[in-house]
Write a protein that binds this ligand. Structure first.
Ligand code: NAD
Length: 261
């Protein structure tokens, strides 16, 4: 049966675990060749192995998305391995929690370096290859935190809001340049992934337990539960495929109603 992404090549940052991994596995099932670009080699290679074991094509590339030179190499490697690129899932992102007045500038920059600078580098260096490959789709992982403010999450909220605006400018420029490239930001709510292990109640605070997370979701998400990474992967597939051929410059929210007033 034909897949929605047959003959496409997709590069996924942060594809070693969580939302990136679920998206990579789903896009591979729909026929795309996958480049897992991550700093985590063991996890990245494990995802490549499971795609290969299922009959798909995948490669791991070591990428620190905060480094422009690493992006130049990753795009060149993708081009030589697959001769093109159609889908960029700019997914790698981090959150660090602290009151604004307690947050060090290093921590603030750490969050922006990946959440915003990394996406800028990714688009800057992938767009020419995607255009030369006939066009495609860029999905920038933002968050419901781009639209709703959370105490202790200043750098995260601000960087994710910037991702939405950056995506809209890129969408306009790609459309005006007749590149056949759509660019959208995706805004998940609470998703059960290992990312929560890094969030505490202060810079040295303990992360929330699964029970605490469940209670938080019940209290704040109208649907009453956290998303599974596959819930977000389904939206990634929509944005990556021709099903969304008329969608560009949009902020797509997948949040169980979290942003409802
Ligand atoms: N989990 C949630 O509730 C949630 C909600 C909204 C948005 N998001 C966003 O979704 C994205 C994925 O989140 P997740 O929950 O799957 O995270 P995660 O922490 O489970 O996975 C992040 C991945 O990014 C990789 N990574 C970290 N730094 C990197 C770097 N410098 N270069 C390349 N790769 C790097 C990690 O190795 C890991 O594989 C992030 O942008 C996050 O902000 C997550």
């Amino acid at each position: 049966m034909a897949g929605k992404l047959d003959n496409k090549v997709a590069l996924v940052t942060g594809g070693a675990q969580g939302i990136g991994k679920a998206s990579a596995l789903l896009m591979a099932r729909e026929g795309a060749a996958i480049v897992i670009a991550d700093i985590q080699e063991t996890g990245g290679r494990a995802v490549v192995e499971s795609i290969s074991a299922a009959g798909g094509r995948a490669t791991y590339i070591a990428l620190d998305a905060t480094k422009e030179s690493a992006w130049v190499e990753a795009i060149a490697e993708t081009k030589s391995a697959y001769r093109g690129l159609h889908i960029l899932l700019n997914n790698a992102g981090i959150g660090r929690s602290a009151l604004l007045v307690d947050m060090s500038y290093e921590t603030f920059r750490e969050v922006f370096a990946l959440n915003l600078d990394g996406m800028f580098f990714g688009m800057k260096h992938a767009i020419p290859l995607i255009a030369a490959s006939g066009g495609g789709s860029i999905i920038n992982m933002s968050s419901a935190a781009a639209m709703k403010v959370y105490a202790n999450m200043s750098a995260y909220c601000a960087s994710k809001a910037a991702v939405a605006q950056l995506s809209k400018v890129a969408a306009l420029e790609c459309a005006q340049g007749k590149m056949n490239i759509r660019v959208n930001s995706l805004h998940p709510g609470m998703v059960a992934t290992p990312a929560w292990d890094h969030l505490g109640n202060g810079e040295d605070g303990a992360p929330p337990t699964p029970q605490e997370l469940g209670a938080m979701a019940e209290a704040t998400v109208p649907l009453g539960f956290m998303a599974d990474a596959n819930d977000i992967a389904n939206a990634v597939l929509f944005l990556a495929s021709e099903d969304s051929r008329y969608v560009t410059g949009s902020s797509i929210v997948v949040d169980g109603g979290l942003l409802l007033p």
